[in-house]
Design a protein around this ligand. Structure first.
Ligand code: SF4
Ligand code: SF4
Length: 697
């Protein structure tokens, strides 16, 4: 064995030993966390190819996205050359993979070109980081160490690319001077070689060796620095994407341990029954208080986070100056595990250092500022889901400490007592129809007549009690009646879906509402549910199935869009003919369930001038009402979210802002009032616009 091989072998062994120890230390914390089931491997492979390899999410910011994607793809191609260098280093061979012939030529040529592309991209990234003020690179969580860390990693990549091109350049010259065949194709390095052709063969050989060693040793050093830096995502992003959550973003994972408690409350006899499959023993604590209460996937997310800030950059709470930063939530979990992990490993789960993730790292103010709009999760290039973790911490605060905001506690009491977030009597649930003298069939009456309506129209609490939205409910009912749709409502048997309770952290109350509603719906053998409320649409579609409520759930925008496509709705421009109309996407319809087209199809069928806001569809800014915000004071900031959103609307100079959600309607109306725009701008639900265009209003 030659000296070079011995030195190389020693470097490989040291690298592997240090790297393995670091990995062991980091991943040993996994066993402290909660389970996270992994199913559906084939779908996961598809997501990995699309999101991780195809870098699709990174392209949501096209220019920077392209640069980043080129760096990622470049790394993948260059990795081939690094593997070859390791084989060469260990066995004393030279360019051993040249046996692959033309395939080798293509890979090596691509690697040579990518080395230059990555080099230029990294220079651009460094310039941007050092000299330009990019909002997402700042924030309380971005300590100077984070910035230094990013710049060090970029500099190392720069060195790697320079040494790679240097190595290739001097390899080409070496082969030429010795008259030997050049293995591979080097479009960039062959050109570079022209500048160094005057050097003596000895110098060329020396420079080749310097670059070869510099390149491989910096790879080894980089591999061992990465786990301590934000660039750990170089290793972690692909597995993290593979392990992504597969459900729609609107879905919030169930707590089976609560299901058991709720079943016991609703049916004390169940206490004497064997636990059903999937039902778990009550845990030591509900929700997440500290790092060990999270799932191993939450912790993996924290390790994989690139600190890119794309999540924080689109967070409506953060944009409007509130304390919440989704990136900080993820980084705090990583820091907390690093702090508490060693003690937990040593002394077991009873270890207590008198601190916790909630409060010592993440304040209640941060947690209650979240609107659960899912903009962060939609934007994260490696599919981290922040709202789920935030809500798990809310669940802890509410169910373990009864420490929710006072207004939400009042909402919980109302839901429990009245079946609605407001203090209305459940007996008044049909007043919206009675007051208008509307003929609305009740499910109980229909069933008593031996009829089974095709649709159950779910009015929702807002549709039944919110003054402004009651008008929308009525207009939609007029459309249903006009078209002789076979439907019925539950009337006073309807109770709140529980969405607000769940997003407000009161999982117990949500499950009680869900089980009660499902019992009634299943009792009537309901198969198809139609609703104007995207929050209830999401809850029925994605969350009720886990409690035995399986229905075809349709939002009114989808229902109207289908009718239009089938030619069953005839409308005229009427009132909106010369008006400019923009559409505000409800988070739980759009990002939550991927429905952006249906409401636009409806609007496009109404003669008017359509215009999109600068933030629309999956990029839309939340109205600020979701996640329980509708019922509580906003956290401190420099602006309310609805004001920020109405400014987007005003920028379009629209006459009408169309919505398709009761909460969005309240917020848009408030925004219009706040900006004194009542004379210039109106807010309508798409159902109202259809009804007006049909002359039914
Ligand atoms: S869900 Fe919305 S409000 Fe909550 S952290 Fe994410 S972006 Fe911010
Ligand atoms: S959570 Fe995702 S989007 Fe946010 S900083 Fe980390 S990697 Fe970027």
């Amino acid at each position: 064995m030659e000296t070079k091989q011995i030195i190389f072998l020693a470097s490989v062994l040291v690298t592997l030993a240090v790297f393995s120890y670091t990995m062991y230390r980091i991943f040993s914390y996994m066993k402290l966390t909660k389970p996270f089931p992994i199913r559906n491997i084939s779908r996961r492979i598809g997501i990995t190819l699309k999101v991780a390899i195809g870098q699709t999410k990174i392209f949501r910011k096209p220019v920077v996205g392209l640069m980043h994607a080129l760096v990622f793809w470049g790394f993948m191609v260059i990795l081939f050359g690094s593997i070859e260098m390791i084989i060469d280093g260990l066995f004393g061979t030279e360019r051993v993979l040249k046996v692959l012939g033309p395939v080798y030529d293509v890979i090596i040529a691509s690697g040579d070109i990518f080395a230059l592309i990555v080099l230029l991209a990294i220079i651009a990234f460094l310039v941007r980081r050092i000299f330009m003020h990019v909002r997402r690179f700042y924030g309380v969580e971005m300590k100077s160490i984070s910035k230094i860390d990013a710049n060090i990693a970029l500099t190392i990549i720069l060195i790697l690319m320079v040494s790679l091109l240097g190595m290739n350049t001097f390899y080409v010259l070496m082969q030429k001077s010795s008259g030997e065949e050049i293995a591979g194709v080097y479009p960039v390095s062959e050109y570079m070689a022209n500048f160094f052709g005057h050097l003596s063969p000895e110098k060329i050989h020396t420079w080749h060796e310097i670059n070869w060693w510099a390149h491989i040793l910096w790879i080894f050093i980089f591999a061992n620095i990465l786990p301590y830096s934000k660039h750990f995502h170089v290793f972690m992003s692909v597995p993290n994407v593979f392990l992504s959550r597969l459900e729609p973003l609107g879905y919030l994972p169930n707590m089976p341990e609560i299901t058991k408690e709720v079943k016991l409350m609703m049916d004390p006899d169940a206490a004497f029954q064997e636990p059903a499959e999937g039902e778990e023993e009550a845990p030591a604590r509900f929700g997440v208080k500290d790092a060990e209460d999270t799932s191993w996937k939450n912790y993996l997310d924290a390790l994989a986070c690139t600190e890119c800030g794309r999540c924080t950059d689109v967070c409506p709470a953060n944009i409007t100056g509130k304390l919440l930063s989704p990136r900080k939530i993820v980084m705090d979990l990583r820091a907390r595990m690093k702090e508490k992990g060693p003690g937990l490993l040593k002394e077991g789960l009873s270890y207590d250092d008198k601190k916790s993730l909630v409060r010592d790292y993440i304040s209640e103010e941060e947690l209650w500022a979240c609107t659960t709009c899912n903009a962060c999760a939609k934007e994260c290039p490696i599919n981290i889901n922040h709202p789920t973790l935030i809500l798990d911490m809310r669940r802890y605060l509410v169910m373990e400490e009864s420490a929710g905001p006072g207004e939400l506690n009042a909402v919980f009491t109302n839901i429990e007592n009245n079946g609605a977030p407001w203090q209305f009597s459940p007996e008044d649930r049909m007043k919206w129809a009675e007051d208008a003298g509307l003929d609305v069939p009740l499910m109980a009456d229909k069933i008593a007549e031996g009829k089974k309506p095709e649709w159950l129209f779910w009015v929702s609490s807002a549709g039944a009690f919110d003054d402004r939205y009651k008008k929308v409910t009525r207009e939609f009912i007029k459309i249903l009646n006009h078209l002789k749709i076979d439907y019925a409502v539950l009337g006073t048997e309807e109770s709140d879906s529980g969405d607000v309770a769940r997003r407000g952290g009161n999982e117990m109350l949500f499950q009680m509402q869900a089980m009660t509603n499902i019992e009634i719906l299943n009792g009537y053998e309901v198969k198809k549910i139609l609703t104007c409320d995207p929050h209830d649409f999401n809850t029925f579609k994605n969350e009720y199935p886990e409690f035995g409520g399986n229905y075809e759930v349709v939002h009114h925008s989808q229902f109207l869009s289908k009718l239009i496509k089938e030619g069953k709705l005839s409308m005229n421009g009427g009132k909106f003919k010369n008006q400019k109309v923009t559409f505000h996407d409800p988070c739980y319809l759009g990002r939550g369930n991927g429905e952006y087209d249906a409401p636009r199809d409806v609007l496009n069928a109404i003669e008017s001038k359509k215009v999109e806001m600068k933030r629309s569809k999956s990029f839309a800014l939340c109205c600020g009402a979701g996640g329980g915000q509708m019922f509580k004071e906003a956290e401190k900031g420099n602006k309310e979210v609805f004001i920020e959103r109405i400014e987007d609307v005003m920028e379009t100079k629209s006459d009408v802002v169309a919505t398709a959600c009761p909460f969005c309607m309240v917020m848009m109306t408030d925004g219009i009032k706040y900006k004194n725009q009542e004379e210039k701008m109106k807010n309508y639900d798409i159902a109202e616009m259809v009804s007006m265009s049909m002359g039914l209003d």
